[in-house]
Every structure is written in C-alpha cells, then in structure tokens.
Design a protein around this ligand. Sequence first.
Ligand code: GDP
Ligand code: IMO
Ligand code: MG
Length: 421
Amino acid sequence: MIIVIIGAQWGDEGKGKIVDYFAKDYDIIARFQGGPNAGHTLYVNDKKIVLHQIPSGVFHANTSNLIGNGVVLDPVTLKRECETVASFGIDLKKNLYIAERTHLILPTHRALDAAAEQSKGHQKIGSTLKGIGPTYMDKTGRNGLRVGDLIDKNFTTSYIKLRLKHQRLLDNFSFSEDISAWEEQFFEAVEFLRELNIVNGEYFINDKIQAGKRVLAEGAQGSMLDIDFGTFPYVTSSNTISAGVCNGLGVAPQKIKEVIGVTKAYCTRVGGGPFPTELENETGEELRKIGNEFGATTGRPRRCGWIDLVALRFACMINGVTKIVMTKADVLDAFKTLDVCTSYKINGKDSTEIPFQMMRVKIEPVYKSFAGWNIPTGAANSVGNLPQNMKTYVDFINKYLGVNIHYISNGPGRDQIISIP
Ligand code: GDP
Ligand code: IMO
Ligand code: MG
C-alpha cells in the first residue's frame, strides 16, 4: 500500500523534513511529479541538505528511492545532487532508481522558460526558471525526450531535432543568451545518468507493492500550485495533488491508503499570484524573519501571511487528506495574537469556497483571532509540553477542516516533531 505526502498550501510546507521523518518506516520513497523547481530541506548529522530531484528518503540506507515517470528530470541537477548525497556515504547504485518514462529537461527548456517569463513582464508567474513548464509542454505536445531514450543510439539526433524546434521558438522571443556551456554540462550529466539504475517504474513499483513493500509517495510544490486546481495561471505545470500519484508512478487509486497533508501553522507563497492572507506589513516581515522564509531553490524572499483555512479545506477535499502535519508551529511562538482566515469576502459577499479565479475579484480574508502562547516551544517533545493556547489553535483548525492534525513540527531538526495521539 501507498501513503502519500503532499503540500496542502503553496509549497515549502516542510515536506522534505516530514518525508525524511516517515522514511525510516518505508521501503520505497517515490517522487511522482515536479522537478528541480522543488527544494526539500532536511538535516543529516545537523548538516542542512536541500534536495531538488532525489526523493527525501535517500539518507536512510534501507530505503529505495524512485524518481517516477511523472517527474521532469534535469540531468545536471541530478548529477550535482548525487555527488552531494554520495559524499555522505550513500550508495546510489543501491538505493536510487529512475523511471525510463521520466521526461528530460533540456538546456533549451530552461532557455524557453526564461524567455517566456521575460516576455510576460509584470504578469510573470515567478517561475523558478528550471525549465519545468516547457518540459511538460513537450510531454503533452508529444515532443519530449525521456530517460529511456538515452540508450537509443539515435539520442543525439533526436536531441538536435528538438533543439532546433526550440531554437525557432526562442527566435520569436529574441532570446540571445549563449547556452553552449549549459549543453556541455548537459551531455556530461547524461553520461553520468546512463550509469544509474534506469528501470521500468510502473513494474518496479507494482512488483514491490505486490511483495508487500511499503511505499511513500513524496509530493512536490503544493495543492494551490496544481495545474488544474491551483491559482491558474500562477501555478506549476504538474498535478501536485494526490491524484498525481496514479499517473506519476503508474499505480491504481485503490492502492493509496493514506494521504498526509502538510501545512505550515501560517502561510507562505513564493512567486506571483493571488495570496488572500498575505501580510505586506511588519507582521509579515516578522514571520519571514523568524521562519527564515527564503526559497530553498531560488533564495527569493517568500511572501508570508496567516493560515488560510478556506484554501486548506479545499486542499483537504481535492486530495482526500486523511491526516494533517502542521509544521513551523514554533515560528508562531513570538506572536501576541494569531489570525486564522475562516472565509473570504468576495466582492463583498461571504464565501468559504475557492473561486474559479482569484485575480479579477476582490478577496478580503475574514479572520478569527486567537491569543498567542508566547513561550518557546522548540524544545517540547510531547503533547504534554505544548501550551494550552497552541492546543486551542489546533483544535479550532481540526474542527474547521474536519481532518485532524496528527503531528506538530516544532523546529527544523530531525527529531523536532510531536505525534498527537
Ligand atoms: P518543502 O519544499 O515543503 O520541503 O519545504 P522547504 O524545505 O522548502 O521549506 C521548509 C523550511 O522550513 C526549511 O528551511 C526547513 O528546514 C524548515 N522547517 C521545517 N519544519 C520546520 C519547523 O517545524 N520549524 C521551523 N522553524 N522550521 C522548519
Ligand atoms: P517545493 O516542492 C514553492 C512556484 C514558483 C512559481 C510557480 C511556477 O519546494 O514546495 P515553476 O518553476 O514550476 O514554473 O514555477 O510555482 N513553485 C514553488 N513554490 N515551493 C516549490 O516547491 C515550488 N515549485 C514551484 O515560485 O510561483
Ligand atoms: Mg521547498
């Protein structure tokens, strides 16, 4: 059976830490979508690691890690990351597998991403510029190259053909940057990739499930960045929700036993697009400072605001969330009052639903206020040590969502997490 861990907000909820925490009890950790736009932070021997392509179970010697077919893969990022991971004594020959149907991010995909963003001016998405959109476009447009193509003797010819197609598009954008250095790195990394375990992902994972192995599917980005259900067009290009597990790994829906939604105790977003509870004031800045809210992939400051229960309940609905993990609860230690968004006033009318689009209407968050706890919680190691005001905050969220918070993360450290019975 499979458990799924997904981001229930706009990404960066702390999925990496949570996957690493659960990984010890699982045989296989599989990424099913997204690519190097993801930045999943974990701590190994107190050393901070940010993973972009490799699943977050890789530091557990007895787990296998699968990069599934739904992922888009940049060989250059993968090579770099493999080198970092190997420096910790991890044998990637033993515990990393890559599905042959996984689409490759080419240097020209990155160039197209940059050119498209530039042309959008102030309406740009705020993409991580890792080539995600153009690579998924080549997948659905039936042009892309896949990991399995690397062993085809005509790979270079296919590459040149696709590159030419991209060049014509780039000419329209008047993109003139020299990408020959990117290409050199790409082909070097492709050689490296050819030596890794390239497998038929769908048989690999179904055989393991059949044999009774435990699988954890690791989501990237967040539900509000989903290509279908997010704040389109300010989204990423994949299905970030639990349904993405089925087509991103080749497993049937009835194999999914549990969907764990990860949310921060407040809310952040990096890049453009609607964010109803954003605080463009001192409180927002304090959240950014205390929460160290700077992008793990791009270093950009994250936009910060109060927790948005309208969006969170929507995420629980479309993902079928069965359990919630609330991260970064410790970041709220310093705040006198905490606001919780319980509905939106949309063009003056109260609503608890996410509207079709959120840019052309005026959305005002309606808040319920809670007293803060104002004591440090980072050292707490059981529910008994948590302040009553935090419990009140959590209870309200549980009731509103109809799904319970089962874990509270109270610091970035590997053991800073409290299970709630
Ligand atoms: P992901 O993309 O969902 O894996 O999240 P990121 O790694 O991009 O961002 C989460 C950030 O918060 C990282 O810097 C983590 O080390 C940090 N973090 C995770 N959980 C906690 C927590 O409970 N408290 C604090 N203070 N930091 C946390
Ligand atoms: P993790 O897995 C937060 C955002 C970008 C941009 C939009 C589209 O670390 O939670 P893209 O590069 O996909 O074309 O960017 O999505 N974005 C993320 N925001 N966390 C992420 O991943 C993100 N991956 C993409 O900032 O607004
Ligand atoms: Mg991240």
